[in-house]
Design a protein around this ligand. Structure first.
Ligand code: SF4
Length: 703
């Protein structure tokens, strides 16, 4: 009856999914979330997408882990995984927290003591809070003793961050998404915001209605392209050709902002010389965009009063991802389109806290606040703060850690809330590596594909079950508040991390989560001015926020860049082809990505009734002409194979990808598409090439 649906509690929090960071309210009755409403947050003003509005009931799913689990003696780690919950107790036995923690932490300590500090590694999570990320990296750095700590930022924007740090000295966005409403021209390249940042996409559409000229550049025609002033469907893998051609126009037609270049940058001569050879006429056949359109878009971007660039993983997930981002940075710098309202560079961050987890130091070469581990002065500051010596050697990244396991160098891992068995490229290899570990501790809310390979599983808390801060794509630090209690014996993640820490010899005793945040403030100048009290009062504060009372800076770089001499640097880029091109044996291209209804590896959204009902089965999007050529009808099963593996899924006709390219989301465990992807890395960001590998598609197969 209706009376049952009246909440007994309303709790203000934020959305657990994407980096837009929409504020919401949980409506709770008897420790159950009944429904979710949007709140008037800075990023969403009441709006929510389908994930934020309906994607909450995973927290109540019967698959939730409610007791610590220990792998049964000798049960093989085959990597062959099924979600069937009735099998769980065949593979694992239930244990007390004391026994599970003793085994989990004790064996990690034993490996460290026997094989040395570089024999361990940890993956934290971009879905956890800032405080969890901070404590996790502190545990690896001071408890394991190395910098072998990373998370899925490596798989999304590592190349963008590498280019941004090199070029302008800061890896975060220069302007918030909402600035699209203040821009005259907006370029969205290699991003599908309608699917991946849906509420941000609504602001882009609103801007277009109010007169902003939107230029969408993408090999796949996104829904947003329908709203664009110009849509440039360039050939996959030719970003540098297109962007260098635009810069060629800006240089030769003298549309550069000379005053900005002279006072704020270095290295323009080299850049100008490099783009000489990239005339639009020469690049048109390479990238598939006619010279006149390239000229038109370059002029529009350069001459508007305020132009902004936003990008996603279509730019970053290539072996030339850093080069792609270097070109975008150079475009903004040479035209002075940065440092003002409605301008700047915005890499759209994926997970709800990937910005914050990176800021907190969950990356192998950086301490919190992007202080390099190999910088003696930075290290000394943290050695003093943490009271222990730190390893000066940068740690290994996600894919490098998998390779180090295969070589026998890494023997134990602690994984909190990540699912590399699904999300890593060449997932068969990643699964074999995880299975080869002497000791794997997984802390999660479900028996993920990664947890299936664990020796000890520690049942953790879901997003609405804990309080902490989360930093969105706009550098907005927001408070998520606990709305419900964890089920059964599941525990708060902060408690679990501290229990493991104690068993590694770290006598930590943080009480309330705000004590961890206070330590972060003391060690991270960028958030030094944000107090817990202010967060409780305002719910959101933008950093940099250097001192108490500082309003925070949504738009940065107005006067200088955080680099030597305050100047940004141009870095030229040349065309580097994808690592694996189509050939006679594997004639098509595979592009991987996400769907609107599902999130990352699907562990949450596929256990959400509404979202799973909309997209229940693994699909691949295939061009109708390719389907005709293959003799496949919509809804029939196809098998996609690469040099690394094969999966079967349902074909869906979709003409948004070019002929010869097939798109598949990576969220379906029964058709884990990352079994196929290429682990080749960008040399600077160490990001794998998820957006391009060679495949063969054949009719038939078994899903
Ligand atoms: Fe959540 Fe992102 Fe959707 Fe907002 S746009 S409701 S943050 S998934």
């Amino acid at each position: 009856g209706a009376a049952l649906d009246i909440p007994d509690k309303k709790v203000d929090s934020v959305c657990p999914y994407c980096g837009v960071g929409c504020q919401l309210t949980y409506n709770v009755k008897d420790n159950k979330i009944l429904y979710v409403e949007g709140r008037d947050g800075p990023a969403n003003h009441g709006r929510l997408c389908v994930k934020g509005r309906y994607g909450f009931d995973y927290a109540h799913h019967p698959h939730r882990l409610t007791k610590p689990l220990i792998r049964r003696e000798g049960f093989p780690k085959t990597g062959d995984f099924t979600l069937d919950p009735s099998r769980v107790l065949d593979v694992f036995r239930e244990a007390s927290w004391e026994e599970a923690l003793e085994l989990a932490g004790g064996k990690l300590a034993q490996i460290r003591d026997q094989h040395g500090k570089h024999a361990l590694a940890g993956f934290g999570s971009a879905k956890g809070s800032n405080e969890e990320a901070y404590l996790f990296q502190k545990l690896v750095r001071t408890g394991f003793g190395s910098n072998n700590v990373d998370h899925c930022t490596r798989l999304c924007h590592a190349s963008s961050v590498a280019a941004l740090l090199e070029g302008i000295g800061s890896g975060a966005v220069s302007n918030p998404v909402m600035d699209v409403t203040r821009a005259e021209v907006v370029i969205v390249i290699g991003a599908n915001p309608t699917v991946n940042h849906p509420v941000a996409a609504t602001w882009m559409k609103n801007a277009v209605r109010a007169g902003t000229k939107l230029i969408v550049c993408d090999p796949r025609r996104s829904d947003l392209a329908r709203h664009a002033h110009r849509y440039l469907q360039f050939k996959p893998d030719t970003d540098v050709a297109l962007l260098n051609a635009m810069m060629h126009v800006i240089v030769t037609e003298r549309l550069v902002d000379r005053a900005f270049i002279d006072s704020r940058t270095i290295g323009i001569e080299e850049l100008e010389k490099n783009v000489e050879g990239y005339s639009p006429e020469a690049m048109a056949p390479v990238c598939g965009i006619d010279a006149e359109t390239i000229r038109y878009c370059a002029r529009l971007y350069a001459t508007s009063k305020a132009s902004m660039i936003l990008w996603g993983m279509g730019v970053s997930q290539h072996v030339h991802g850093t080069d792609n981002a270097r070109c975008l940075i150079a475009l903004a710098l040479m035209t002075g389109q940065i440092g003002r309202l409605g301008t700047g560079l915005h890499p759209l961050r994926g997970q709800n806290n990937v910005q914050g987890a990176s800021d907190a130091g969950l990356i192998p070469m950086m301490l919190p606040d992007y202080q390099r581990v190999d910088n003696p002065a930075a290290r000394a500051r943290f050695e003093q703060a943490w009271g222990t010596a730190l390893d000066p050697k940068p740690g290994l990244t996600v894919v490098e850690i998998m390779d180090a396991i295969t070589r026998g160098e890494i023997r134990g891992m602690y994984i909190m809330g990540e699912n590399p068995a699904m999300s890593d490229p060449d997932a068969n290899h990643a699964r074999a590596a995880l299975a080869a570990l002497d000791h794997l501790v997984v802390q999660d809310i479900f028996l993920t594909e990664t947890a299936y390979l664990a020796d000890v599983i520690l049942p953790a808390s879901a997003f609405p079950e804990k309080t902490g801060t989360f930093t969105n794509t706009d550098r907005l630090v927001q408070l998520g508040r606990q709305a419900i209690d964890p089920p059964g014996e599941a525990k708060q993640d902060l408690w679990i991390i501290q229990q493991i820490a104690r068993r590694l010899g770290l006598p930590w005793n943080y009480g309330h989560v705000s004590e961890v945040f206070d330590e972060m403030r003391r060690t991270m100048p960028s958030i030094g001015g944000i107090t817990w009290e202010r967060l409780e009062l305002d719910d959101a504060v933008t950093y940099p926020c250097l001192h108490e009372g500082d309003p925070g800076e949504p738009v940065v770089f107005a006067h200088d860049f955080p680099r030597e001499g305050g100047r940004a640097r141009f870095v030229p880029a040349d065309i580097i082809p994808a690592n694996e091109r189509p050939d006679a044996e594997y004639p098509m291209v595979l592009i991987t990505g996400r769907q609107l209804e599902h999130w990352h590896t699907g562990s949450m959204t596929r256990r959400t009734a509404v979202l799973d009902a909309i997209e229940p089965d693994p699909v691949a999007l295939v061009h109708p002409l390719d389907m005709a050529r293959l003799g496949v009808k919509p809804g029939e099963v196809i098998t996609i194979a690469s040099r690394r593996g094969q999966v079967a899924l349902y074909a869906r006709a979709d003409d948004s990808s070019p002929v010869g390219a097939v798109f598949a989301p990576f969220c379906y465990y029964e058709a884990a598409i990352n079994r196929l992807t290429n682990p080749a890395l960008d040399p600077f960001g160490k990001i794998p090439e998820f957006k391009y590998c060679a495949v063969r598609v054949t009719p038939g197969g078994t899903v």
